[in-house]
Design a protein around this ligand. Structure first.
Ligand code: AMP
Length: 368
């Protein structure tokens, strides 16, 4: 079976690698000149809106999935006339627009931060009265990794914030005093079976995910699964989805979802019975889902801007290195390492070393 993937970055690359043993071939469509999925699978280079190219792409595949959420909807409109989309168009369209996304959460009675749509400076001033301060102004579209966001701490900052978003349609969200950020990665089959990996705690650095830790025996697991299942069913979702949540005490507030495999699920390659990549392909291809249980305690460290020396990473016991084959650039995710251990307490020393290496430290340096 041939799986078409919109996008040819590291997520497509890891999907292609997971597909090989199953006899599933991945073919990506990627507009950017550099596509690291090309090192392990097939990539067609070109624009998502080029109909001739989309026709060639559709002719060579059985089903279409995506590794990016910001795909032009016209591409999905075209492709769905010719091939099955998994996940479907609505699952991707809603995730592209923070207002549609938060409204869906609200309709499904998933708790969220208080939010108000903002389309003008006057709206923003009024919204600040409703939501209170501090608050975050977020553009409805093209926001990820903290992009398109302005934090407002004082009413006098409204004008500067509005000009910072250049008048784009926005929403204003109350700042959540969260205890921690977690995500639940789930998979839903074509028959509607849902499975969930253990919740993951996520730490960010400069707005980019830096460390994810699988939370084994987490009391909030059942609540996260309930929230996520409601979303999967409402979207009639097929494939892997990540729901990002803020934990406040014993509550979970939904922040956003990604209609694809997710960076906070990379630990599942070594840390779970079936990885998010394999289960996404199984769901999309109509195969039985694999178990999502953790095999061990696991954590992941992202390598952003540079990949540390392999010799240093692999000197850490039970560390597993993934290099994406991308040109290193500041702020760019170029690899990650997963660390496994028999129980969570045993992860700490190795994790400290991997974070130190990720931050540019060298093997043998004193670790702060
Ligand atoms: P997002 O692009 O919505 O995932 O936001 C990026 C990051 O900004 C999140 O991972 C949080 O650390 C922070 N953030 C976003 N929205 C809120 C909020 N309403 N309250 C507190 N922090 C937030």
């Amino acid at each position: 079976m041939k799986i078409g993937i919109l996008g040819g970055g590291q997520l497509a690359r890891m999907l292609a690698l997971a597909g090989h043993p199953l006899g599933l071939q991945c073919i990506s469509l990627e507009p950017a000149a550099e596509a690291c999925a090309a090192q392990v699978g097939s990539v067609i280079a070109g624009d998502f809106t080029d109909e001739d190219l989309l026709a060639d792409f559709a002719a060579g595949i059985d089903v279409v999935t995506t590794e990016v959420e910001h795909v032009p909807l016209v591409a999905l409109d075209y492709l769905q006339q010719h091939r099955r989309l998994a996940p479907g168009r609505r699952s991707i369209a809603v995730a592209q627009d923070r207002l549609l996304e938060k409204t869906l959460f609200h309709d499904l009675e998933l708790p969220t931060a208080h939010f108000v749509p903002v389309d003008s400076l006057e709206d923003l001033v009024a919204a600040m009265q409703v939501v209170g301060l501090p608050a975050i102004l977020k553009t409805r579209r093209m926001g990820y990794d903290g992009k398109g966001q302005v934090v407002l701490r004082e009413a006098s900052a409204a004008e500067a914030a509005w000009s910072a978003v250049a008048g784009a349609p926005c929403l204003l969200e109350a700042m959540v005093p969260f205890d921690r950020e977690v995500s639940v990665i789930a998979v839903r089959s074509q028959e509607g079976e849902c499975r969930f990996w253990p919740l993951t705690e996520n730490l960010h650095h400069n707005g980019i995910l830096s460390v994810s830790r699988a939370l084994l025996e987490e009391p909030l697991q059942a609540l996260a699964e309930q929230h996520c299942q409601r979303l999967l069913e409402a979207l009639d979702y097929v494939g892997v989805l990540a729901l990002e949540l803020f934990q406040v005490g014993d509550k979970l507030l939904a922040n956003e979802y990604a209609p694809r495999v997710h960076n906070s699920g990379h630990w599942t390659i070594e840390g779970a019975v079936t990885s998010q990549f394999e289960n996404h392909l199984r769901a999309v291809a109509g195969l039985p889902l694999g178990a999502t249980d953790a095999r061990c305690a696991a954590a992941m460290v992202n390598f952003v801007g540079h990949v540390p020396a392999a010799s240093a990473v692999l000197a850490v016991a039970d560390a597993h290195l993934h290099v994406y084959g991308k040109q290193p650039r500041p702020g760019r995710k170029v690899g990650h390492a997963t660390l496994c251990a028999a129980h969570p307490g045993l992860l700490e020393p190795g994790l400290k070393t991997l974070v130190h290496l990720a931050q540019g430290g060298r093997e043998g340096d004193a670790i702060a």
